[in-house]
Ligand binder design. Structure first.
Ligand code: SAM
Length: 378
């Protein structure tokens, strides 16, 4: 083998090593990495990646350890061909080229059950959903479910209803965390439910695209109150180790769409809003978001406005409608107003709803009295 100086030489090597052995595959454009001094090329079938091959630029040798094996490439090719055949048999849907604009004319503060309120909303009326669902039995102040399965069925119903309301291609961001069910006595252990991972399955089953798992990290002291990790801290025996939870999972999903994200940016009928919504420095580069939790005597589980602000800034444009089906004290709504977005906030409990209204009256009275908000009680 000899030095690989250009794309043509890389392609020649791949033709010899791969294309002769697997019929019908194509090459992506070889890319040179000047750090590893390797050429990397994707092997494709109908624009879908089957795998990657790596060549050393200096010696021209194939890096077998990093490259996808021929047997895996063949199996993937076979799978894709079979999938495409069965797709061809089912009728082809026409591409939806509509740029949906929310038909709503008011911001909505709704006191109702989320499933019912969502059913009353027009389809394609929210540009972003950000919410934190009630905890499973963690705080009996505002929710209690008979079993964990019933809880997941409840979440599924809300996500389904909300999906109709969310515009295709837009984002659904959901904050949840594992829940600890305390032990019943010293002869039993506690149970930890991996709530975000079970909710993830709901989104996948509904055809959402998984975009990001962001970790909202609270200061270290925040987790001690749950008692987790104390036993280990005292005894230090292996196997007893329990990590003190200081994170919540902010999972980001995108509703199925016929278009890439760029299409939404180009087609937005208000280029001025697109421009004004650009995110300035500093912005959060990684999926670790360090934000202090919020406290409010009136509600046991609010999230900080800073968290809602970040999500709204990163996933919506100015003037968009942001929906929170579990509004609590309307934190999402308040952040939406501050960022020149519209909101739909739904809350079941009258006391939280009344407090939200009070807050809006106090801090956003101009906005509330402008006739832009509709208050709906069911
Ligand atoms: C985790 S809290 C959300 C708090 C909110 N993010 C905030 O910062 O104020 C969940 C909220 O969902 C509400 N909730 C529970 N079941 C509901 C339902 N079926 N429909 C609407 N809201 C509900 C609870 O009363 C609670 O306020």
């Amino acid at each position: 083998m000899s030095e690989l100086k250009n794309v043509a030489q890389v392609k020649e090597n791949i033709a010899h090593d791969y294309l002769q052995k697997i019929k019908g595959i194509e090459l992506g454009l070889p890319e040179y990495n000047d750090r590893t001094r390797q050429w990397r090329t994707a092997l494709l079938f109908n624009n879908q990646s089957l795998g990657l091959v790596y060549y050393d630029a200096m010696t021209g040798d194939l890096d077998k350890g990093k490259s996808t094996s021929i047997s895996i490439l063949k199996e993937r090719l076979d799978l894709i061909k079979r999938k495409e055949n069965s797709k061809r048999k089912t009728k082809r849907k026409k591409r939806d080229n509509t740029y949906y604009v929310s038909p709503l004319k008011h911001d909505l503060l709704i006191n109702d059950d989320a499933a019912h309120a969502l059913r009353e909303l027009p389809a394609n009326s929210a540009d972003l959903i950000f919410t934190s669902p009630p905890y499973y039995n963690a705080k009996t102040e505002y929710s209690e479910f008979l079993t964990y399965d019933r809880y997941l069925a409840f979440i599924k119903k809300i996500v389904e209803e909300a999906t109709r309301v969310l515009i295709p291609g837009k984002f659904f961001v959901i904050d949840s965390s594992p829940v600890l069910i305390p032990r019943i006595d010293r002869n039993h252990s506690s149970t930890r439910l991996a709530v975000p991972y079970d909710i993830h399955k709901i989104f996948m089953d509904l055809g959402y695209e998984f975009i990001d798992d962001i970790y909202w990290v609270k200061p270290e002291g925040a987790g001690w109150s749950a008692g987790r990790g104390r036993r280990f801290a005292a005894d230090r025996h292996p196997m007893q180790y329990k990590a003190v939870p200081v994170t919540e999972n902010i999972m980001v999903y995108r509703k199925k769409s016929d278009h890439l994200i760029d299409w939404f940016i180009k087609k937005n009928p208000h280029p001025e809003y697109v421009e004004e919504s650009r995110i300035e420095d500093p912005y959060e580069v990684t999926n670790i978001w360090r934000i202090n939790p919020a406290k409010d005597k009136r509600h046991p589980a609010i999230f900080p406005k800073e968290l809602a602000e970040r999500v709204i800034k990163y996933y919506s444009f100015k003037n968009d409608y942001v929906l929170d089906p579990f509004g609590g004290l309307a934190t999402t709504a308040k952040a939406a107003i501050d960022l020149n977005r519209h909101f739909i906030s739904i809350e079941l409990e009258k006391k939280y709803f009344d407090d939200s209204l009070k807050d809006l009256n106090k801090d956003y009275d101009m906005y509330l009295n402008s006739g832009k908000i509709k208050v709906i009680r069911n």
